[in-house]
Structure formats: C-alpha cells, structure tokens
Design a protein around this ligand. Structure first.
Ligand code: SF4
Ligand code: SF4
Length: 391
C-alpha cells in the first residue's frame, strides 16, 4: 500500500493544469515523462529556484501551490519527498501524485544526460522512498561514507573541506565496516550508499566496503564517486561488477586524466557508470565564523541544498559533510543532537533509532551553518575544481 498514487494519463481531468513540485533531477525526469505523453506542465514549484526558469518553464514558490488546489501536482523529489507530501496535505492540495510511472516510461533516453539516465533506470530507489512514507520505517534515502581524506586533487572550493586537511589519512576499513554495520542494524533500509573521499580509489581496500555492503539486503544501491584520476586495481574492478553498484565519474576537464581509460575499462567489464560534467560549482565559503543571528542561521539552513547530505565519517552520522569535517578539523564542536555515534562495540538499537529520528527531523540550524554561506539557488557560482598547490 502507498499513500500516493502514481500519475498516469488517466488521472488528468479536463481543464486541470499540471505543476511539477521539484525542479531538480527528478523534476526534469518528470518533465520528460510528461512530454512523452504529450503533456506540458504549467510550472515547476521549487523554493530553491523560485523566480527563475528551468528548461523553459517558470519556477514558482511552493507557497503559491495553494492557488492550484484542484490541479495536478507531481512530487518530483527523492530527498524531500516526505516534506513535500506533508506540505501538500497541509496546504489542502487534492490531486498530488508521485512520478513513479513517469520514471518507468520507455522513451528515447538520448535526451537525458548520463546522470539523469542513471536515476531513471534506478526508479526502484524513488519507489523505496515512497514506500517508506507509509511504513514509517527508518529508511534513509542516501548516506555518504567517507573512506579517505586523501585526494589526488586539491580543489579550492571542495564542499567536503578536503583542502583543509594538512595530514589526510586513509581511514581504517575494518572500523568503517564495523561502525557502518552498527548504523545499518539501527535502520530499516538505505536506498543509496555513496562511497567517497577525498578520492575513494586511493584507498586500496575499498573493495572490502563494496563487497561487504553489496550483500546487505538493507542497502539497495551503491555508488562510488571518483574524480576520474586513478585506475583502480583488478581486485577493485572485480568488486564493481555487480548490478547494485555504479560509478559516478566526475569530469572537470583535463585534470581528470584517467576518465577515458576508466570509461573503456568500465564498458569492457560491463560495470555500471556515468560521467557527470561539471563546469561550475556553488561556492559555500571558507570556515570563518560568521556570527549570524539564530533566525538568519536557521533560514540559511532551511534553504540549504546540502542540509540533507547525510555523511558517515569516522563512525558517526551527520546531516552535512561540513558538520563532520569542520568538527574533525577542530574548527567548532557540534551540539549534542547534531551527530549520532555508532562507534561503541555494543549499541542500543532503540536508542540509536530515536537519536536518528530526532536528527533527521531537526529544523534548527547546525553549529556548522555559522561557518558557512549555505547553498541555495542564489549562491555564487565559481569555476569547478580550481586547483590549489599540493603541499
Ligand atoms: S576531487 Fe576536489 S572536490 Fe573531490 S574530494 Fe578531491 S578535493 Fe574535494
Ligand atoms: S548551511 Fe549548514 S547544512 Fe548547509 S552546507 Fe552549510 S553547514 Fe551544511
């Protein structure tokens, strides 16, 4: 049973307009599905992009959806599905739908970037999030495990703060497997496990993490994020040959020196991968303390696109990588309810579940937000991957 119905052509009554709630990746996939059905939405609604145009369509504030209570609203988000659904229910919108059937449509996929294509083909991930809403289970949409602080690049604007590490370390893989196992024991499912660093292929034992968690029924999908500068060992390549696993290859241009080599290996070995071209990044600023008022800080957090970038680092679960690394770099100390610790040998699962629920539903800003510009549609854009000197 599900609380939302998937939108199909039959659901559209004459005279109803269609609005896609969420103008990000899933918004674009919803649009392509609608276009295949020869339908055109009137707007996107998205608080991060309101006032702009996306793919030629105007983006409105979600608050304006109250003017469209009898029109069709499609919930096109994965990370914010539950929040959006609650918002529509509170708002009195009657005709809201999920986009699962639109994701499954069989249209010419050439119009999609590799990144979007990967999301579309993994529609089970979105389905899992919808199911979670009903079961009220503790299913986390995604979580990033940091396996190393070492990187082959030194990006001035790395949002994960790797540029600040003067003595970066490869983390203890057995400890990662043990503590992340504690985390998995405490939740009901994880739609996507992301493995990253630094550069995760620096870590020769990465295959142990991939092999361990691809056998976990709770983990639905594993993605490795690489900067395309290292060709991993045969042992690592072998671990990538699994339907559950795919590789996200970042393309920052010439510095991604092994991109073509990796592409040909992955094609030859039938490994799932996609290349994401990055020309610009949002800049979220240095680590200086800003001294925001608490209202401003909460507002920055609530509008921040990175506020649900769940990060598992050194055995602890955080809402944002800046929260994790800022503390380890001794820039600040997180408050009591900003991190859940899975490092103990014996964990009390019920206690950890409660702590996770509290953290995941947190509305007030994090300590880290006072050391950050936040990330929203108005954030300054900078050239991606500008390099600093390696010391
Ligand atoms: S490649 Fe750049 S952005 Fe990615 S982890 Fe390394 S320093 Fe950070
Ligand atoms: S504003 Fe807060 S949640 Fe957003 S990136 Fe900065 S520290 Fe993370």
């Amino acid at each position: 049973m599900r609380v939302t119905k998937s939108f199909t052509l039959k659901d559209l009554n004459s005279g109803q307009k269609i609005i896609i709630y969420g103008a990000g990746r899933y918004g674009e996939l919803a649009l392509r599905g609608l276009q295949y059905l020869k339908l055109q939405p009137m707007f996107f609604a998205d608080r991060f992009l309101a006032g702009e145009e996306r793919l030629g369509i105007k983006v409105i504030e979600p608050s304006e959806l109250q003017n469209y209570k009898d029109d069709v609203i499609l919930i096109a988000s994965y990370n914010h599905f539950y929040e959006m659904l609650s918002f529509l229910q509170d708002n009195g919108n009657l005709y809201y739908y999920d986009i699962l059937e639109l994701l499954k449509l069989n249209y010419d996929e050439c119009i999609l970037s590799e990144y979007l294509l990967d999301e579309k083909r993994n529609w089970q991930k979105y389905e899992k999030v919808i199911e979670t809403v009903v079961k009220k289970g503790l299913i986390i949409p995604h979580c990033e495990i940091v396996i190393t602080e070492c990187c082959t690049l030194k990006c001035r604007d790395c949002s994960d703060l790797m540029q600040y590490y003067t003595h970066p370390e490869n983390l203890d893989i057995n400890e990662i497997i043990r503590t992340f196992g504690n985390f998995l024991d405490s939740i009901d499912g994880l739609s996507e496990l992301r493995i990253l660093g630094g550069e995760p292929f620096i870590c020769k034992d990465i295959y142990k993490v991939i092999e361990t968690f691809q056998h976990s029924e709770k983990v639905k999908r594993i993605t490795i994020y690489t900067n395309s500068t290292i060709v991993p060992s045969d042992e690592v390549i072998e671990s990538l040959k699994n339907d559950k696993v795919s590789v996200h290859m970042s393309n920052y241009g010439r510095i991604c020196s092994k991109l073509e080599k990796l592409r040909s290996i992955f094609i030859q070995e039938k490994i799932n991968f996609y290349v994401h071209d990055y020309e610009k990044w949002y800049e979220i600023g240095n680590l200086e303390k800003r001294n925001y008022s608490s209202d401003i800080r909460d507002m920055i957090y609530q509008n921040c696109m990175q506020g649900k970038c769940h990060t598992f680092y050194r055995g602890k679960f955080y809402l944002c990588p800046r929260s994790a690394h800022g503390e380890h770099l001794k820039i600040f100390k997180n408050g009591k309810n900003e991190v859940v610790d899975f490092t103990d040998n014996e964990i009390d699962i019920n206690k950890k579940r409660k702590e996770l629920y509290i953290l995941l539903e947190k509305k007030e800003s994090l300590t880290a937000c006072d050391y950050c510009n936040g990330l929203n549609a108005n954030s300054k854009m900078v050239e991606a991957a500008i390099q600093l000197e390696h010391k």
